[in-house]
Ligand binder design. Structure first.
Ligand code: GH3
Ligand code: MG
Ligand code: MG
Ligand code: MG
Length: 304
């Protein structure tokens, strides 16, 4: 994506208690962006949650919740804290600007403003936001398979553990390891091994389709599937589906002493509510021990 593409087509929320100001900003931005608006702080927060804008232009002085309070609320919300905020205000004192930046704004524009300057500053903040988003996405993704990486898994498992504990719901996971993969590499070459990892991870991804399910590459040819709000019986269903999907890939493995095609072994673990008596690492250790048994008892299977 080019620099200009990154700066265009943002969804921008304009927050101002004066309709006239909203109209001026709408007029300035509507050719390049989708413009939403709110005339008070509470409405702004609600629209931000529902519409997830890329950028917020925020008036400082408003009746009720003022711009600084809106800014603090946005910064305190996990789902909204990364949205850049530009203050657009009649306040002109250096203290006002300092206070806005300290509250978490990325820029401060005093009224009366020049429309071209506003447009340019909006573009520049959108570009920074999108580069930061792309960077975050990259830092959470495994480069070969496109599934989540181990760092992303670690963040998610902790958050899901707390969420499931609060909600009194089960949390399960499946540790998955490709069988005799060293022999596969030795026989077919490392590039074929890479392609195999891609196909197997794509097949496994098809087996867990709920939005909260997370498949991650845990190590070389080891994956982990996190299943929040899933008890052991449902987890077994998913594991059986994985065995089936991988078998259907029918990737020949002539060097394997256990099967003529690529297969996986799995270890399952599930925590039932209340789950605060143990922790995610206990769950992972249990899954690992069960994976070991699956390997010991013949591979191409799962153990509980
Ligand atoms: P087991 O059935 O007991 O799991 O045997 P295995 O050969 O699969 O296990 P082992 O841990 O001995 O070997 C894992 C192999 O995975 C060795 C390593 O070269 C290979 N591997 C790890 N990461 C990659 C990768 O990114 N690409 C390729 N092609 N191979 C990888
Ligand atoms: Mg105002
Ligand atoms: Mg293996
Ligand atoms: Mg392994």
């Amino acid at each position: 994506m080019s620099w200009t593409d990154l700066a265009r087509n943002g969804r921008i929320l304009v927050v101002d208690d004066a309709m006239e100001n909203i109209q001026i900003l709408h007029h300035a931005l509507r050719d390049e962006h989708e413009v939403l608006f709110a005339m008070d702080g509470e409405t702004a927060l609600q629209i931000a949650l529902e519409q997830q804008p890329d950028l917020i232009l925020l008036d400082a002085v408003m009746p009720g919740m003022d711009g600084y309070a809106v800014c603090a609320a946005l910064r305190g919300s996990p789902r909204l804290q990364d949205i850049p905020i530009i203050f657009v205000t009649a306040l002109i004192q250096p203290e006002d600007e300092t206070r806005a930046l300290e509250a978490g704004a990325v820029d401060f524009i005093s009224k009366p403003f020049n429309v071209a300057v506003v447009r340019a500053r909006v573009r520049s903040q959108l570009t920074i936001k999108r580069q930061a988003d792309a960077m975050r996405e990259l830092s959470m993704t495994d480069g070969l398979t496109g599934v989540a990486n181990r760092r992303s898994f670690n963040d998610t498992v902790d958050a899901e553990w707390r969420r499931c504990a609060r909600a009194g719901m089960a949390l399960s996971l499946i540790m998955i390891d490709i069988d005799h993969f060293k022999l596969y590499n030795d026989h077919y070459g490392h590039q074929a091994g890479d392609a195999c990892l891609q196909q197997v991870s794509a097949a496994m991804k098809r087996c867990a389709t709920r939005p909260q399910d997370l498949l991650a590459r845990y190590g070389g040819e080891e994956f982990i599937l996190l299943l929040p709000q899933e008890a052991l019986d449902g987890t077994e269903v998913v594991a059986a589906r994985i065995l089936d999907e991988v078998r259907k890939l029918a990737l020949p493995h002539a060097a394997s002493p256990t099967a003529p095609h690529i297969s996986v072994s799995m270890g399952l673990a599930s925590a039932m509510p209340p789950i605060d008596s143990s922790d995610p690492s206990t769950l992972i250790r249990t899954a690992d021990a069960n994976l070991y048994r699956a390997k010991q008892t013949g591979r191409n299977r799962y153990c509980i």
